[in-house]
Design a protein around this ligand. Sequence first.
Ligand SMILES: Nc1ncnc2c1ncn2[C@@H]1O[C@H](COP(=O)(O)OP(=O)(O)OP(=O)(O)O)[C@@H](O)[C@H]1O
Ligand SMILES: [Mg+2]
Length: 388
Amino acid sequence: MSKELIRLSQCTMAFDGEVVLNSIDLVINDKEFLTLLGPSGCGKTTTLRIIGGFATPTSGDVFFDGVRINDLPPYKRTVNTVFQKYALFPHLNVFENVAFGLRINRHGGKKLSKAEITQRVMEMLEIVSLKGFENRDVTSLSGGQQQRVAIARALVNRPKVLLLDEPLGALDMRLRKDMQNELKRIHEAMGITFIYVTHDQEEALAMSDTVVVMDGGVIQQIGTPEAIYNEPVNAFVADFIGESNIVDGIMIADGVVEIFGRRFKCLDGGFAPNEPVDVVIRPEDVDIVDVKDGMLTGTVTNITFKGVHYDVIVDFKGFKWLIQTTDFCPVNSYIGIKIDPDGIHIMKKSAYSGMFGDYSSYSAEYDEIGDADYEPEEPDIEEAPYEA
Ligand SMILES: Nc1ncnc2c1ncn2[C@@H]1O[C@H](COP(=O)(O)OP(=O)(O)OP(=O)(O)O)[C@@H](O)[C@H]1O
Ligand SMILES: [Mg+2]
């Protein structure tokens, strides 16, 4: 898994002078399941198109197996793509949809025999769990089955790399989950490299060896799902991956951070003395305790049952945190919280500081309930003069 297969080196893409990919450096290893994750418009499809050869970067280089391939057309790359709209041929049955790529492509200069085509197609249908479906009309298949035909069609030519651009976007939640497992299984069965695009962070964490988080045409972080979740590099990544409370802090010394004027033990270090930092606290890492035992105290403003846990919104002097707990805490109750040192993650300040990580808008009954000693500066909406 550690052998380099594809390398993007300082790849920039601009359309009419507008930069949509900004000097991307990315190494993709052989047999890896790598996911490009980020919000709409961040440059995921553009990156995929550069790898597939459908777009040439404005500047920078693309290498495959150490060879520069900037000018190699898509059909000469051992790469195949599954798109979100997988466009099967409606007039062909399952078998013929999969066989299509084999019939049009020459393999080493010669056409495959009928027997070879049948063998390869049946092999693929077996891998995507569609054995017995070969004579079915593709229009009679469910969404998930159609998607598997599209994957079989892309894999039947035995590419070294499969590019998947939001392939599960059209499927409902349940089917998406099933297909995620299916794709992981297919990836293992084929033993090739998968480069997967999604804006769904849960999907990225569940499926990938490596996650590449992008925003604004820039790679924000590359890492394993665990590293991206536990050690986000900035407020954007922390917010995009899972739920996060992100607050201003001051790094007093290695292992000591000040939040809301209180000092907390943490495990991070290497910052300048008194350096302002962003502090991430995940909702599941906060324990609710008695007020007298609390490191901080606040008032519950909202509680929502989520099945496994409750989502509790707690107001700390106007800053609202999300806490996930199995204990019921009634609205208006005054509580204490405790956070273990490993539940506190420190990040450098960045362009994203202050933009994320406050749950004020989560709570329906905004600002009506505060700390006993907390006076809202703004008058209540009801009391404000009304202008027609
Ligand atoms: N051919 C093009 N001409 C002009 N602008 C383009 C072109 N292709 C992409 N862009 C712009 O580049 C940016 C990145 O587009 P891209 O399709 O890579 O985003 P994405 O991350 O795949 O988003 P989504 O999740 O919505 O699919 C967008 O602002 C898009 O409008
Ligand atoms: Mg896209």
